[in-house]
Design a protein around this ligand. Structure first.
Ligand SMILES: Nc1ncnc2c1ncn2[C@@H]1O[C@H](COP(=O)(O)OP(=O)(O)O)[C@@H](O)[C@H]1O
Ligand SMILES: [Mg+2]
Length: 399
């Protein structure tokens, strides 16, 4: 383990077969997880999927029903919270209102009779670039500044492992984006292990080296952000991390390089290495920004999937890009994102179009096609917008 500038080591966190059952409800199922020392790890999932429960088990605030928790190779499952080399920053960062910023940070050090509490507090304050407000009280700071003080207060305790439970949730969007970058920079500087919990996919992808996507108490997929985005293994990951067009079909031929899937009469080729299943009924997908729109039928070419003709049912401008909904007989509604490199839309509502994408951009899921959101030709239940609405609804109900 490497030493950081405070002279402590980031911890390797390991969860072995951890589960948590509340009366009548299983919040976490058989969780196995290893977080390397010094990494920035994000646990990403919708509200209610078990993120906070997982953090509370690591912190020792909740007892797992089964399984062991190891920090730095040491089994801490039976250790009290204060005996664990862990600090937590929550969304609501309760600072002491009557104390100055510097005293808030030094508080824990004083209580533990650590030498030079003010010097160490000043050092932590320097890290979060708030030396200039050391003598203010929390009420005299902005939300973002208060959040950084809470972070300094956690870091100054030199935890081996820092747990962050949606710490930026209370900030407005712009400040949140800024804090994401700052938090990542601080993590790189102090070299502690960060376990960050969020339901914001963009936040997880921006900040973390490794993201674990959690759904209903299980980890669906874990990996580098690019890996998860480019090669989602389940429909849940494909649509929780960004958006995807998903199709169900039957494998009609396969080679060492690829499989060919018959999707309602369309021939869709997917690289074998990017597909979890290679025979029978499969679910395949492609990201909206990987698809190209054509006003005329493209000439077939190897390495390219072509579907169409379909009709543009919606064009929605969002500044950087325009989102097109294209309805294809049998396939349903496909979403296409096109960058706004020129003025005005590429095609208009009601127009006939063909779609194409490079074979290498497709992916095949491990889900059975029946597990996909209910497929119905020529209606909107399959569209990304509809999936998004359903997901939001579920999140709201779970919140
Ligand atoms: N003390 C508890 N008793 C019963 N159910 C709980 C308790 N704590 C959490 N839960 C349930 O466990 C699930 C996961 O909760 P939580 O870990 O807070 O989710 P998240 O942080 O991902 O939103 C939720 O359905 C929640 O209602
Ligand atoms: Mg939570």
């Amino acid at each position: 383990m490497s030493k950081n500038e405070f002279g402590t080591s980031g911890a390797d966190l390991e969860l072995r077969g951890v589960s948590k059952r509340f009366p009548g409800f299983t919040a976490i199922e058989e969780l196995d997880l290893t977080i390397p020392a010094g990494s920035f790890f994000a646990l990403l999932g919708p509200s209610g999927c078990g993120k906070t429960t997982t953090l509370r088990i690591v912190a020792g605030l909740e007892e797992p029903t089964t399984g062991r928790v190891l920090i730095g190779g040491k089994d801490v499952t039976d250790a009290k919270p204060f005996q664990r080399p862990v600090n937590t920053v929550f969304q609501s960062y309760a600072l002491f209102p009557h104390m100055t910023v510097i005293e808030n940070i030094a508080f824990g050090l004083r209580r533990r009779r650590i030498e030079d509490p003010l010097g160490k507090a000043r050092e932590a304050l320097r890290l979060v670039e708030l030396e200039n407000v050391a003598q203010r009280r929390p009420a005299q700071l902005s939300g973002g500044q208060q959040q950084r003080v809470a972070l300094a207060r956690a870091i100054v305790n030199r935890p081996a492992l820092l747990l962050l439970d949606e710490p930026l949730g209370a900030l407005d969007l712009k400040l949140r984006r800024q804090m994401q970058l700052e938090l990542k920079e601080i993590q790189a500087q102090v070299g502690l292990t960060f376990l960050h919990v969020t339901h914001d996919q963009e936040e997880a992808m921006t900040m973390a080296d490794t993201v674990a996507v959690m759904n209903k108490g299980r980890i669906e997929q874990m990996g580098a952000p690019e890996e998860l985005y480019e090669r989602p293994r389940t429909a849940f990951v494909a649509n929780f991390l960004g958006q995807s067009n998903l199709f169900g079909g039957k494998v009609v031929s396969s080679s060492d390089e690829s499989i060919v899937v018959d999707v309602h009469g369309y021939r869709v080729e997917v690289p074998r290495a990017r597909s979890q299943r290679h025979s029978g009924e499969v679910a395949v997908g492609v990201r909206p920004e990987k698809i190209e729109l054509h006003a005329n039928e493209p000439v077939p070419a190897s390495g390219i999937n072509i579907v169409g003709p379909g009709r543009v049912t919606d064009v929605s401008f969002s500044g950087v890009s325009t989102s097109y909904q294209v309805s294809l007989p049998g396939l349903g509604v496909v979403t296409v994102f096109a960058q706004n490199r020129s003025f005005g839309p590429v095609v208009h509502e009601g127009e006939q179009v063909w779609l194409s994408w490079h074979v290498e951009h497709g992916f095949g899921l491990e889900d059975e096609p029946e597990q996909l959101p209910k497929f119905a030709a020529d209606d909107d239940t399959q569209s990304i917008a509809a999936q998004r609405r359903r997901q939001l609804q579920t999140e709201l109900e779970g919140a």
